[in-house]
Design a binder for this molecule. Structure first.
Ligand code: NAP
Length: 484
């Protein structure tokens, strides 16, 4: 599936960004093209000491950045948004090269990612406070907001642009300085965004980027440094839980965006065409490698067969291949291990009685692809329903008791997002309220929006990103009791 135009731009940064300078390190980490397993680039791998230099740089820059006028901070974010949109095509190609997702998904990601800069450029000038007389009448209560301080931002490989801007945008808007640690599988996009921000006028040290490999010792060192005051992490629940424990030592303020296992409930009165469109979006955005991906399809028995047939037709019509090819509609997964994990889950589901309607196998052309798969006859207790699949696989469970389905939907440790399809809005709202998830798509297969609070409950995370909440995550509340 190799594409001839799979070369990086000569201006692609490959080194650490520390205190405004691009610094090469002796040790390198290879970035692989998931379409053929070839090496795309060798990126400088930062040691724990290099990472601590980045923390120092962020600490030094914090003093002046927090004092910089909100309007100035806003305009740098706005300029970054404009450059990202002007360079959407080259950024999208870069995402496809290192992540594998199809170009249309990558273009959508760049637009979504840039929107966080626009949204938080608008939020930067809306940091509020409060001024009131105390209820007892004896004094005044004055409340202001101050930036938390140096923020460590760690991001996953599945949205290499959007997960970075969703954190950088609010951090810079709030007056924090940052050290960004992208996933070592997809660091190129984050480095390119940092370079764009330099062109947009971000002062030296306000944004630093390091790619330590392995990441564990470097992240631990930064969390122990006494200078990092905020950890904003997006990634898997096990790593999030590990980092929460490490952050506890210095009582670091944490925002955790962790794994999902979204139910997709289709009631018998649903608009079937809308439910299929929603299912394709909720399942196949990013080739299934999204924390918001529908993972467990619960379909009422009255429309189960029709739903399964229509979904199978849509899934089997998808074309697996090189994300840069115009005819491709699903790209490969990011790595061999991810491909193997998906194959293992499908094989296990088959051994539990699931029937393969389409797909059910990995590509054999040397790419990390997996064919879009629909599984029917999946039982409520099948192990595949308890695991985040992170690939193009839709397991379908038949249900008959509508009163019971909420309990099944809630019967997992994750609670990021859920989807509900019904024409009865009263039922839709009742079920939405009962779902143990931070977000619900009601007759919609997509919830992500920079203007909306994104985040989960239970083991899907702590705190919210996007909306005004995303800004508050980088601010501390300061209360002054006054008398005069
Ligand atoms: P991951 O393995 O948890 O990695 C996430 C980040 O943590 C990467 O930067 C990774 O760096 C770093 N990391 C890994 N091990 C570490 C350690 N021992 N100490 C410190 N840092 C460490 O997750 P992933 O596989 O990249 O991403 C997929 C997961 O992210 C899924 O569970 C998905 O649901 C979740 N996700 C959640 C959201 C959300 O908003 N809730 C959004 C997107 C993705 P290296 O790459 O260098 O190991």
């Amino acid at each position: 599936m190799k594409n001839e135009s799979s070369k990086l731009s000569s201006s692609q940064p490959l080194d650490s960004l520390i205190a405004g300078r691009w610094i090469a390190h002796k040790s390198k980490v290879a970035v692989t093209n998931p379409v053929d397993g070839s090496t795309l680039a060798q990126v400088s791998s930062a040691t724990p000491d290099d990472c601590l230099s980045a923390v120092d740089a962020a600490q030094n820059a914090f003093i002046s950045w927090k004092a910089t006028a909100p309007r100035v901070r806003a305009e740098i974010l706005r300029k970054s948004f404009e450059i990202m949109i002007a360079e959407q095509e080259s950024l999208a190609r870069l995402i496809t090269l290192e992540n594998g997702k199809v170009l249309s998904d990558a273009r959508a990601e760049v637009a979504y990612a840039a929107e966080f800069f626009r949204w938080f450029s608008e939020e930067a000038v809306r940091i509020d406070g409060d001024y009131r007389r105390a209820p007892g009448g004896a004094n005044w209560l004055m409340v202001s907001r101050q930036p938390v301080g140096v923020a460590l931002l760690a991001t996953p490989w599945n949205f290499p642009a959007a997960m970075a801007t969703r954190k950088i945008g609010p951090a810079l808007a709030a007056g924090c300085t940052v050290v960004l640690k992208p996933a070592s599988e997809t660091p190129l996009t984050a480095l390119a965004i940092a370079e764009i921000m330099q062109r947009a006028g971000v002062p030296d040290g306000v944004i630093n980027v390091v790619v330590p490999s392995p990441s564990g010792p470097a992240v631990s060192a930064m969390l122990k440094s006494d200078k990092v005051r905020k950890l904003s992490f997006t990634g898997s629940t096990p790593i999030g839980s590990l980092l929460l424990a490490q952050a506890a030592e210095k009582v670091i303020n944490c925002t955790m965006e962790l794994g999902g296992n979204a139910p997709f409930i289709v009631f018998e009165d649903a608009d079937l065409a809308a439910a299929i469109d929603g299912a394709m979006l909720a399942k196949m955005r990013n080739g299934g490698a999204a924390c918001t991906a529908a993972n467990r399809f619960f379909v009422h028995e009255k429309i189960y067969d029709a739903f399964a047939e229509l979904l199978t037709a849509r899934m089997s019509a998808l074309v697996l291949g090189d994300g840069l090819d115009a005819k491709t509609t699903v790209g490969p997964l990011v790595s061999k291990s991810q491909q193997q994990q998906v194959a293992k889950l499908v094989d296990e589901a088959k051994s539990f009685g699931a029937k393969v309607m389409c797909g059910g196998n990995a590509s054999t052309d040397g790419s990390f692809g997996y064919f879009p798969t629909v599984l029917t006859d999946v039982s409520f207790d099948a192990p595949i329903l308890r695991t985040e699949i992170f690939g193009p696989v839709a397991p379908l469970v038949r249900f008959s008791d509508s009163d019971d389905i909420l309990a099944h939907a809630n019967n997992v440790e994750h609670g990021l997002v859920a989807y509900v399809f019904t024409r009865d809005l009263g039922r839709g709202m009742r079920v939405s309220e009962g779902l143990e998830s931070g977000m619900v798509g009601l007759n919609r297969g997509l919830v992500s929006d920079p203007a909306a609070p994104f985040g989960g409950v239970k083991q899907s995370g702590l705190g919210r990103e996007g909306a005004h909440d995303g800004l508050l995550a980088f601010l501390e509340t300061k209360y002054v009791a006054g008398n005069w």
